[in-house]
Design a protein around this ligand. Structure first.
Ligand code: MG
Length: 258
């Protein structure tokens, strides 16, 4: 069942998104060679709690971290720990914030110093695919239009979309219906309606799309060891079009051009 949100409720999620963006900006300033993923986690948790919010991932199904930190061939769900970033790494940071009972969820992959041309392409294409998906988040479209926008852009660039992991609806719970695959056919799937709030999150690999789960049962890697990127926005479908509730550079959500 898809739970639609009122404009006032969307504003509440945007308020959570505002703290999330400030957290992500703080982390962006800390990503450098030598910093450990645990240090990033602690910085995020301290900041989120200082804002009167809670890290959404902490304790979720037993997850021990406040954020997910996934370097290089790790796609998602990395547990923060002793790993220290190295020059030339890429690092995916996934952050969830609960504010007054409403959840926002977003992810970005950062370069650690200068990165290889293929890594640079991976980050650019994955972020572009998310922007293209956001444009499709309008009432009257179908969910498959969002999924297809990601797939088309990623595959045209010769990269692979992870198929076993999906985005999700979001609101008072981090994971609500519908599931949002990053591949699919336009004009198919659930009709999009005003008031839906979606966490759209392309996960892209340089090699094949297959994945493997680590021994800790959390971290998910590309099976072939190729580099992976992950970008995610929380996006509301509004009367005025898509509203990104976790925009990187502004507070309060901005609308993307349709
Ligand atoms: Mg998510």
């Amino acid at each position: 069942m898809i739970i639609k949100k009122s404009p006032a409720e969307i504003d509440r999620i945007a308020a959570a998104g505002e703290v999330l963006v400030r957290t992500m900006n703080l982390l962006a300033g800390k990503v450098r060679p030598g910093v450990s993923t645990k240090e990033l986690d602690q910085a995020a948790e301290t900041f989120i709690r200082s804002q009167g919010c809670e890290p959404a991932f902490k304790g979720y199904r037993g997850f021990p971290g406040s954020i997910c930190t996934s370097p290089n061939s790790m796609i998602v769900h990395g547990i923060p720990g002793p790993y220290r970033l190295e020059r030339g790494d890429i690092i995916s940071l996934d952050v969830g914030v609960v504010r007054d009972g409403w959840v926002a969820d977003a992810a970005r992959t950062f370069p650690v110093g200068p990165i290889s041309p293929v890594a640079h392409k991976l980050l650019a294409v994955t972020e572009e695919s998310l922007q293209l998906a956001a444009v499709q988040c309008v009432a009257g479209n179908r969910l498959g239009d969002v999924s297809h926008a990601v797939q088309e852009h990623v595959e045209a660039a010769g990269l692979s979309i992870v198929r076993t992991l999906v985005g999700h609806g979001i609101g008072r719970s981090m994971h609500e219906d519908p599931q949002i695959p990053n591949y699919g056919d336009p004009g198919t799937g659930v009709p999009l309606e005003e008031g839906m709030v979606l966490a759209v999150e392309p996960m892209v690999t340089v090699g094949r799309h297959n994945v493997r789960v680590s021994e800790d049962h959390w971290a998910i890697y590309s099976q072939d060891g190729s580099l992976a990127a992950h970008f995610e926005f929380t996006i509301a479908i509004t009367a005025a079009g898509p509203r990104i509730l976790t925009p990187w550079h502004e507070a309060g959500g901005h609308r993307v051009a349709a």
